[in-house]
Design a protein around this ligand. Structure first.
Ligand SMILES: O=C(O)CCC(=O)C(=O)O
Ligand SMILES: [Fe+2]
Length: 638
């Protein structure tokens, strides 16, 4: 029998299985080489920091807070607080290697109307951001506060679109002319960071209050990206257990035997955190300076980019069925960020953050990962907002400073180049440009106070927009004729390829859209009605496709059908139904998992579409086991 399964699954699964083995071997080798040692990393107070940045992390650009307009800061920060107070920021219940995991950070997606962003088997549906245009048209899908918040993030997006390529590499030296602190080359600077006057972190979103109730599940949260990266690219969470870099590393590092132990035999200072875990104010040092003995980073096991390209290409093809393969989109020309993924975390309300395992950088809010589902080589722009916390002012010797948030960067598949740690003050932005995201991984290291980030991306949306899936549905439905008098239906073409195409679209709309959407419960409809009608319409289209499958089945089961053509049709049908049956089961399991049960009703996953055995409105049963058996036995008899 020909393999006719939805390529989305079968092909990707096979490929990832192949590369998983290779990666495991590679990982094991690196781990052996590393032994018990930690890899060095440099922060701004370390000699050689700037050289390392220039030589091995040149795609990273820091945009200090002072170089953004003050009003923009004000509007963006107010917007983030609004989104939190409205409860829009929620932890995602993602699926990783057949396991359900909550993300450690709470998230929301904002973006171009009708856009989605897919990560960790989860499709996020964008709350549309608003601009003058949509305001003028009087489109209102959410309340005025939320609209204003979305608009502020759209303004930030506009700023990033024009700014992200404005800075040349060397420009980061002068970008902040106000430069509160100048650091001379090679000098350590202990000046503490200056916190801007931000509004107090007072509103407790429901995502926070929920965290403590989740008990043991919490321990898994910080693993998400580690596992993800394993899925997508490298899987670089080191496990000293079982001698491989794996997702279980948290146990060994959390038990703390080695996570804070610095390598004794390295000549590279590793101690950004040695300045008491606080953030010295600093300014980037000049390129071409006089730092003594610049470290020559050895880049040995650089990850091959080709994987990345293949992945992207397959993603696109798979979503489009066999009819319209398209080459991978590579980012050229001016940037249009089409979505922003917002992150929020309050470390005080989050238990058991995982220690960064390879470098000893500290607690991670987001583990090592590559951003996925992006146009190749497109930049990512991040706004970082750390909530000011009064409580800290009087404690710890009166310094008033709390440990700050930082991002960590590493070269993928490389244990020789020191890591880079970049502290972020509130309002600071950073850009990941060129191939930085694919050749490197990044992580987010938790400070002490709550923090938001808005991460602007050029999502690869060839199969991820509402208009795309709507046109796919029209393609399928164009093979269905409805008698205007009687309302009865019949299929127009009976070619196996046409039928296969329709069944693939049927699966795509059911699993990539309807079930993804409902799995996230009332999450979308609660804040913004934008997706409500389109989802109803997609469900109507899908229901017509159930009719098409029913007609297809009837044709296959019809006595007296010609031999070879009939066999081919039966095989096509069987393959689509088997895939559908399995995926329905997976979604049922996800909806009823023990983690899903911990969610409040308004966030709880909904297993939809679902219908009972004798639902007269539905052309076929929900459970396809009997039909699959019928088609199988029919094939045996042929
Ligand atoms: O919060 C940040 O700075 C980055 C978060 C991140 O890496 C992500 O959301 O992919
Ligand atoms: Fe990221």
């Amino acid at each position: 029998m020909k393999a006719r399964q939805c390529k989305h699954n079968s092909r990707n699964m096979k490929r990832s299985a192949d590369s998983e083995g290779e990666k495991r071997t590679k990982r094991r080798k690196l781990l052996q080489e590393l032994g018990d040692k930690k890899i060095p990393f440099l922060g701004p107070s370390n000699r050689g920091f700037q050289q390392l940045w220039d030589s091995s992390y040149s795609g990273l650009i820091l945009r200090k807070s002072c170089s953004l307009p003050a009003e923009l800061h004000g509007r963006v920060q107010a917007a983030l607080l609004t989104l939190r107070s409205k409860g829009c920021l929620l932890r995602d219940l993602v699926r990783v290697r057949d396991r359900d995991v909550f993300t450690a950070v709470s998230r929301a997606l904002l973006g171009e109307p009708g856009h989605t962003y897919r990560y960790l088997d989860t499709r996020l549906f964008a709350i549309p951001w608003h601009n003058e245009d949509s305001d003028a048209k009087g489109q209102s899908c959410c309340d005025p506060d939320l609209r204003a918040a979305c608009k502020a993030l759209w303004e930030l997006n506009t700023f990033f679109c024009s700014d992200v390529f404005q800075l040349k590499e060397g420009d980061r030296l002068t970008q902040c002319l106000k430069g509160e602190v100048e650091v001379k080359q090679g000098e350590e600077d202990e000046t503490e960071s200056k916190h801007s006057e931000e509004s107090k972190n007072s509103e407790g979103g429901d995502s926070e209050s929920r965290q403590s109730e989740e008990g043991d599940t919490e321990s898994k949260h910080s693993e998400e990206w580690d596992i993800e990266s394993k899925h997508s690219e490298e899987g670089c969470s080191l496990s000293k257990q079982e001698g491989e870099w794996d997702t279980e590393s948290k146990h060994s590092s959390e038990e703390g035997e080695s996570s804070q132990v610095k390598p004794s035999d390295t000549s590279v200072p590793t101690g950004y955190e040695h300045s008491g875990g606080k953030c010295p104010g600093w300014a980037p040092k000049a390129i071409g300076g006089t730092d003594a003995e610049p470290e020559k980073p050895v880049v040995e096991l650089k990850h091959s980019l080709s994987d990345y390209h293949i992945e992207d290409k397959e993603q696109q093809e798979s979503g489009q069925g066999c009819s319209q393969p398209s080459p991978p989109q590579v980012c050229t020309g001016p940037v249009k960020f089409n979505v922003t993924l917002l992150n929020y975390m309050d470390p005080a309300a989050t238990s058991q953050l995982k220690e960064e395992p390879y470098y000893g950088m500290g607690k991670m809010a987001v583990g090592w990962h590559h951003d996925e589902n992006l146009i190749i080589h497109s930049p990512v722009a991040v706004y970082s907002y750390t909530c000011h916390d009064d409580k800290g002012e009087s404690s710890e010797g009166g310094s008033g400073e709390k440990a700050c948030w930082r991002i960590g960067l590493k070269v993928a598949w490389d244990i020789h180049t020191p890591g880079l740690m970049l502290p972020l003050e509130s309002g600071d932005c950073y850009y990941m440009r060129d191939d930085l995201n694919s050749t490197h991984q990044h992580c987010v290291l938790a400070g002490e106070t709550a923090r938001f980030s808005s991460t602007h991306r050029v999502a690869e949306c060839s199969t991820g927009t509402l208009t795309y899936i709507q046109s796919r549905c029209q393609e399928a439905l164009s093979n269905l004729h409805t008698d205007p008098e009687t309302g009865s239906h019949r299929l127009l073409a009976l070619l196996p390829t046409t039928l296969q195409h329709c069944e693939e679209i049927h699966n795509e709309v059911e699993f990539e859209w309807l079930r993804q959407y409902w799995f996230q419960g009332q999450r979308y409809a609660r804040f913004c009605s934008w997706w409500t009608r389109p989802m109803e319409q997609l469900e109507k289209d899908w229901k017509l496709m159930e009719t098409m499958t029913m007609l297809f089945l009837a044709t296959v089961e019809e006595e007296g059908q010609a031999g070879e053509g009939r066999r081919e049709m039966a095989e096509t049908l069987l393959s689509a139904l088997t895939d559908r049956h399995q995926q329905r089961q997976t979604w049922r399991d996800r909806c009823h998992s023990s983690l899903a049960q911990t969610l409040p009703p308004e966030e709880a996953p909904v297993d939809r579409p679902f219908w009972g055995v004798d639902d007269p409105g539905m052309p076929l049963p929900f459970d396809l086991a009997d039909i699959i058996n019928r088609v199988e036995s029919l094939l045996w008899r042929m």
